[in-house]
Unconditional design. Structure first.
Length: 166
């Protein structure tokens, strides 16, 4: 059962977007968020739902290549746009960044990690050699209730070094 089961068809909006590199159409009520559309209609649970008000970063995805909180974007606003979730980043297996999260022991309960990974990937794509302050700033919108920040920063630093060596 999805959240749309109680909604008659003519109340649904059809949204066509490029999702993780493939054309995809989902049908959602106009008030539903991109986060809802991804998790409940597109079947992509990697993007986490937590505060639902833009405070925690658990729902971070790339929208046209830019990191956004998907709980603050209406699904209909993604019409014609490109969305990449954590599943899309790791379509070919764990990325180097995800491997470094594991190597650094940065994953505790894991709930915040998809959002952390997407935000860190966005940082590294735009600033391949960030210093610690830049990493902390870039991830400042991603809260970790397990408080594993030092290891998360270390994972991003290790990824930057690894990519620079390639
Ligand atoms: S669930 Fe979107 S920022 Fe918290
Ligand atoms: S690892 Fe548990 S919230 Fe971050």
């Amino acid at each position: 059962m999805t959240t749309n089961d109680h909604v008659v068809d003519d109340e649904l909006q059809t949204v066509t977007l490029t999702l993780n590199g493939k054309a995809r159409t989902v049908a959602v009520p106009a008030h539903r968020t991109l986060l809802d559309g991804l998790r409940e209609e597109a079947g992509l649970p990697g993007t986490k739902s937590c505060c639902a008000e833009g405070e925690c970063g658990a729902c971070t995805v790339l929208l046209d290549g830019k990191a956004v909180n998907s709980c603050l974007v209406l699904c209909v606003e993604a019409e014609g746009h490109e969305v990449t979730t954590v599943e899309g980043l790791s379509a070919d297996g764990l990325t180097d960044l995800q491997e470094e999260f594991l190597n650094a022991g940065a994953v505790q309960c894991g709930f915040c990690i998809p959002g952390q990974v997407v935000s860190a990937e966005y940082l590294l794509r735009n600033n391949p050699s960030p210093d610690e302050a830049e990493i902390r700033e870039a991830l400042s919108g991603n809260l970790c209730r397990c408080a594993g920040y030092q290891r998360i920063v270390a994972a991003v630093q290790a990824t930057a070094v690894r990519r620079a060596a390639q």
